[in-house]
Design a protein around this ligand. Structure first.
Ligand SMILES: [Zn+2]
Length: 76
């Protein structure tokens, strides 16, 4: 039970960053309220700050918005 693998924790930390072309790239957005250093956790369709609880919804690009344009109301 005490023989916990540290790699599990390291894996969690490294998921905040990604090395791309030798540069460190942030994978998670920074909290708008808390500022730099406070990363928001990925919760699928949204990001949540574990510090202040601020929730930011991901911009979802779906085609359903296009279909709504077809609903044109005639003023004549
Ligand atoms: Zn925050």
């Amino acid at each position: 039970m005490l023989n916990r693998d540290k790699s599990e924790k390291q894996k969690h930390i490294s998921s905040y960053y990604k090395i791309e072309n030798g540069k460190l790239k942030r994978l998670l957005p920074i909290c708008d309220r808390c500022g730099p250093g406070y990363f928001m956790a990925d919760h699928g369709n949204r990001y949540t700050c574990g510090h202040c609880g601020f929730t930011k919804y991901k911009a979802v690009k779906n085609s359903s918005e296009k279909n709504s344009k077809e609903r044109i109301y005639s003023s004549d």
